[in-house]
Every structure is written in C-alpha cells, then in structure tokens.
Design a protein around this ligand. Structure first.
Ligand code: P6P
Length: 333
C-alpha cells in the first residue's frame, strides 16, 4: 500500500537527495504547525471571544485584530526554537527579532501572520504568508534580502480547506490538512499558471487614482470582445492576497495592486519582504510573472523592513501586456 505523500515525506525525500538543507525541514514543519494552530484559533474565534479589534495600532498604522496578535505570537512561539533560525521579520513588528548570533547558513523567517484579516469577522478566506532566506556570513545582521535569493516561499490559506502551498525552488506544491490526523498531504502537485486567462483581480473602487496604463488595461478587459480583446473577462476581488494568488495558482488569472495617485508616496500598498517577494517566487515557480509594472519583483533590493511595492502578478500574457502599456506611457512622456 503506497504511503500518503505528507509534507514531512516530501521534504525528507528532497533532503535525502541532497536537494534541501535538512534543517529547513524542521523550520518548514514548524511553520506548518503554526498554521495548523492558527487555523484552529480562527475556527474557534467566536467561542474564545477572538473576533474584533485588539485595541492596538500596529507598525503599519492599522487597527490590529485580536487574531493578528494571536497569529503573530503563534508563529514566534512555535518557530523561535527551530534549529538554525537566526531571526524573525514579522509584518506586526517594527524591527527584526534576532534569536541567536547569526552564522552562515542560518535561516531568516519573514512572515505576514494573518493576511486579509479584515475578512475574519465576515468569515471569508484569510492566509499566512512566509518566506525563508539564509544568512550569508557569520555575524551578518542583514535581513534586506532580494526575493531572488529566497530558499523557500509559501502561504497557508484558511478557506473551506486549510492548505499549505510552498516552493523550495523546484515548482509549487499544495498540501491539504487532513481533518482528523492534521497531516498536510500533497493534493496539488506541480501547480502551474496558464499563460492565458480571462480573469483579473483589482480593487476597482480605486479607478479614479489609477495611472493611464492601468485604466487602459482594465477598460480593455471590461470591453472584452466588444473591444480589442479576443475574449470576455471576469473580475474577482476578495481583499485577501493569499486567496487571489491561490486562485491564480489553481486556474490562472492576474492580480493587480498597482501604484496609484493615492498610494504612490508610500510606494504602493503591499509589503515587499513578506508579501510581494514570497508571492512573486511562487508565481514565477508556477510559470507566471510578477512585476511592479516596470521591475521584476524578485530583483528589487529591499531598503527597509516594511517597504511597500506595486504588484502585478499572474498569467504571463496579461502581466506582459500591462508592462507594455507602462513602457509605452514612459516613451510617450
Ligand atoms: P484593499 C489585505 O489587507 C491586503 O494586504 C491584501 O491581502 C489584499 O490583496 C489587499 O490588502 C486588499 O486591499 O484595498 O482591497 O483593502
């Protein structure tokens, strides 16, 4: 009888083939445990009086939800003793938390403990996003790593099913948490984004702030075959980047959170280190593309922990089309 492909077996096989640092197995398993606990706390939130606000403002200037705090504390509590983990970089904390004197090959864990938390009280999907990089040299207290050097990137999506989706650089794999055993079992091997799509995701209420290339792109999608496109498009917006990216990894699509008149001064809405970079690695590993509209996200050299960037990601045909409109606009200045 063939054994189920659990997350542990998936990682151990790669380590056995010398394709993965065995210490990374411990850390990824700890992340999976943290996500399992967060999933349970989300499910029981109503019984534990954990809906609503924590009464604090976080480093992003946002009202913290009680579950934002619980998720952040859960990640730290479960992962901080992982062998070779040198630092935690959390969306909820101003600075990196150094756990040990960094040595070459130690891990840096970046995470958004609960993404899309405005969805919690209305029982819609939320997620946790994580990224793992390594310390390049002993004593190097530097967490400003460009996305292209990530060892691992992934997310948990707390939807009808709790899933863990991750890449360690050889494709994207989805593991579903089996109710009862709590095992994460491989159910979505080799997730791939089709180059072509008829689905786009953007917060259309920001239309008045968009630059001309974004307006042109969205107007053409809305016009569909009545305009310049060969097919009609559908729009989705779930206010949870994890849910959008999961849909795109599952059936294709394009997600846009562009720079606009209202967010340009801050650099955009989404954070580079623990949202854009891990999602960009996942999307590229699944055959998609991820840019700011001008620059490949994985090539951006971070300047600060909570740096924000514009994000256009998903099916290559659509990301390329919009990038072309941005280039046209730049040459027509
Ligand atoms: P808006 C959630 O707050 C988030 O960071 C992403 O998960 C999501 O895609 C986006 O912001 C939603 O933004 O403008 O719709 O609230």
């Amino acid at each position: 009888m063939t054994q189920p492909m659990t997350l542990r077996r998936f990682l151990t096989r790669r380590a056995g083939r010398g394709e993965l640092d065995p210490n990374l197995i411990f850390l990824i398993e700890d992340i999976a445990s943290a996500c399992r606990v967060i999933g349970n706390r989300l499910r029981n939130a109503a019984f534990e009086d954990n809906h609503g606000l924590a009464g604090e403002i976080n480093v992003q200037g946002e009202d913290q939800k009680k579950l934002d705090v619980i998720a952040d504390e859960t990640f730290a509590r479960i992962c901080e003793n992982s062998p070779r983990l040198a630092a935690l970089v959390s969306e909820e904390k101003e600075e990196a938390v150094w756990l040990k004197e960094p040595e070459a090959g130690d891990f840096l864990l970046y995470y958004d403990p609960l993404d899309g938390s405005s969805n919690i009280d209305v029982n819609l999907s939320v997620g946790s996003i994580f990224s793992i990089c390594t310390v390049a040299a002993a004593g190097e207290r530097d967490v400003m790593k460009p996305g292209r050097v990530q060892e691992c990137a992934g997310y948990a999506i707390y939807g009808p099913t709790l899933m863990l989706v991750l890449t360690v650089g050889d494709g994207v794999f989805g593991f579903s948490c089996e109710y009862g055993t709590g095992d994460f079992r491989l159910t979505h091997p080799d997730m791939t984004i089709p180059a072509k799509t008829s689905e786009f995701a953007i917060n259309a209420s920001r239309y008045r702030f968009w630059d001309q290339p974004v307006r042109r792109y969205v107007d053409e999608c809305l016009a569909g075959r009545a305009g310049t496109r060969a097919r009609d498009f559908n729009m989705r917006w779930t206010a949870s980047m994890v849910a959008e990216v999961h849909r795109i990894l599952t059936r294709g699509g394009v997600f846009l959170y562009p720079a606009d008149e209202a967010n340009r001064a801050e650099g955009g809405k989404l954070r580079l280190l623990y949202e854009a970079s891990p999602m960009a690695m996942l999307v590229e590993q699944a055959g998609g593309a991820a840019t700011t509209g001008q620059t490949r996200i994985l090539d951006i050299q971070p300047q600060s922990h909570h740096q924000r960037v514009p994000v256009i990601l998903g099916s290559t045909q659509e990301v390329t089309r919009l990038s072309g409109y941005h280039r046209e606009a730049e040459t027509n200045v």
